[in-house]
Design a binder for this molecule. Structure first.
Ligand code: NI
Ligand code: MN
Length: 230
């Protein structure tokens, strides 16, 4: 079955192998440009990169409604369990989980991770998601870091990178990230949601294709990439 990645706006992505539906960073009901509804989306797993509200989002409500487990840092899982979340899969940096659709590895991110009430959220993270057909890297919120070279050795089909600047790496550092990650395709996220992170994504895509071997794909919220066709 084809693996697909749908951008739901901001850092929210729905990844599917045609069977399992994996929702990353479901900031939906309070997001200005969300392409999905927290009270209607159907998912099997919820992955949360860090505790900030624009990533944790509607995780608790969606998990409680659907029964989908939340895969996140140990501290985020503890916080959710105390608030009535019934299914969590805690992990930490460098760890890997075997799931029905493939594997999820929790990767480094240089950022911060407090929960909405100020609680410590553990380390911020990204995710390397592997299905039999494709490898997808969702960077979470992060600065540029040289260890992205190590992730590049995993053979990434699609890298999903923040380009908004201010809170994460900006367009220039995101191009350097593409050089380190060497993905087949790259899609930007975490831009244009709020005024401090407005960016010209089309101009960024042109620069990516001039300076790297990756194909940059600019989506509108709701658009889907087919990893096999891309
Ligand atoms: Ni953040
Ligand atoms: Mn963020």
């Amino acid at each position: 079955m084809p693996t697909t990645a749908t951008w739901l706006g901001h850092a929210a992505w729905l990844i599917s192998d045609g069977n399992a539906r994996v929702l990353v960073d479901p900031f939906l009901s309070d997001a200005p440009r969300s392409a999905a509804r927290a009270d209607a989306i159907d998912v099997d797993f919820i992955l949360v990169t860090h505790g900030h509200s624009d990533h944790l989002g509607d995780s608790l409500a969606i998990s409680r409604r659907t029964g989908a487990p939340v895969v996140a840092a140990f501290e985020i899982c503890q916080w959710l369990l105390a608030r009535g979340c019934e299914h969590t899969m805690p992990m930490n940096l460098g760890g890997r989980l075997n799931l029905p659709f493939g594997t999820v590895k929790m990767t480094l991110a240089h950022h911060s991770s407090s929960l909405p009430d100020g609680s410590y959220g553990g380390m911020p993270a990204g995710f390397l998601i592997k299905t039999p057909e494709a490898t997808i890297y969702h960077a979470g919120d992060t600065a540029l870091f040289l260890d992205m070279q190590l992730l590049g050795a995993e053979g990434i089909d699609l890298a999903i990178l923040p380009i908004g600047d201010c809170y994460t790496m900006g367009p220039d550092d995101a191009i350097e990230a593409v050089r380190l990650l060497r993905p087949r395709m790259v899609a930007p996220m975490h831009y244009d949601t709020f005024p401090p992170i407005e960016q010209d994504a089309d101009a960024w895509a042109r620069r990516v294709m001039q300076r790297t071997d990756a194909r940059a794909v600019i989506l509108a919220p709701g658009d889907t990439i087919d990893l096999l066709e891309g």
